[in-house]
Design a protein around this ligand. Sequence first.
Ligand code: HEC
Ligand code: HEC
Length: 230
Amino acid sequence: MSVARNTVKATLAALGAVAAAVPLAACGREEPDLSNGKAQFVQRCGSCHALSRAGTQGQTAPDLDAAFRAALRAGENRDTVEGVVREQIANVRKSSVMPPNLVRGDDARDVAAYVAFATDKPGEDQGALAQAGLEGATSGEQIFVAAGCGSCHELAKAGTSGTIGPSLDDLASAAGEREPGTSAEEYVGQAILDPDAFTVDGFQSGVMPSYEGRLDERQVQTLVDYLLGR
Ligand code: HEC
Ligand code: HEC
């Protein structure tokens, strides 16, 4: 089956019709876990999509606050948004750069529920939800994964295998050699905060987002130490 779906608006209309016809469809399901949804979103989706409450700033894909704003203000409800997000995760249009089924099962349900909860909602997440995702990440590995580094970089000790950027497995030995006069530690810090300052041979600049303002100083230092194996 091919799902031709070009605009959120069209899907909203379609799902709205289904929801109206089968009102019981949404009942009896387990409550989604918003904290898991946020953590998964930050890790799997945030490198491409901005979503203010999740603190993600990806710029290669639609801003997910803006994406649903008009529909919400026109009176569409958040359950409908949840349906659109689930649909998008499972049925990405052919040739989209968005990989299909990045999250599955309960994770897909949780991500969709979190996006529906958070989209175009002023303020900040509170309580346990505030600690889900990047803000609550403290160890080097947690930060690396929650910041979405692994979607572009291979790093065996974090269990990631991204190929858009260079493998970071040998960074500890390579970092000190990259830029004459720049120490390994300075180089990695700069790669994270100002990625366009240097470009690794064979890779494109302008692809890696800057983490300036997204990671605090302590998180950057923890990440640098982790990547350099210290
Ligand atoms: C590699 C980049 C990338 C990743 C990762 C990604 N997306 Fe997307 N996404 C896109 C692009 C590009 C579009 C634009 C429409 C298209 O290509 O189908 C899109 C469209 C969407 C839309 C529809 C928005 C609109 O305005 O049409 C939703 C909802 C969405 N993505 C949710 C997600 C969720 C949830 C995840 C994580 C499970 C995710 N995306 C991961 C690139 C990405
Ligand atoms: C959207 C993809 C993407 C994401 C997300 C991303 N990077 Fe990158 N990264 C790249 C690309 C592409 C390069 C090579 C081009 C360049 O140097 O800017 C790179 C280069 C680097 C380098 C230099 C590597 C070398 O061999 O000299 C480091 C270090 C690095 N990234 C760390 C990180 C960390 C840490 C994160 C998460 C906080 C991250 N990256 C997130 C794409 C990404």
